[in-house]
Ligand binder design. Structure first.
Ligand SMILES: [Zn+2]
Length: 69
């Protein structure tokens, strides 16, 4: 099974076989996304960009920025 992971350090989505904890590129912590690989594969480029930005905001902004939008 393929799972969609995000690496904050690379700022990239990694599609990996299984639940991984470490980024294969830089060795830092990975975040596994709720999104399935199938869902991810149906997204077009602009949706992927939006997804990346959302994840990045969530991970870097923290939970205490509810007012930001
Ligand atoms: Zn990485």
């Amino acid at each position: 099974m393929l799972y969609v992971h995000y690496c904050m350090t690379c700022d990239k989505i990694h599609i990996l076989n299984g639940h991984k904890k470490r980024c294969p590129a830089c060795g830092k912590k990975l975040h596994e996304l709720k999104l399935t690989f199938l869902q991810y594969s149906t997204l077009d480029d602009s949706d992927r960009q939006k997804l990346l930005m959302r994840i990045h905001d969530r991970l870097s902004g923290g939970a205490d920025t509810l007012q930001s939008q």
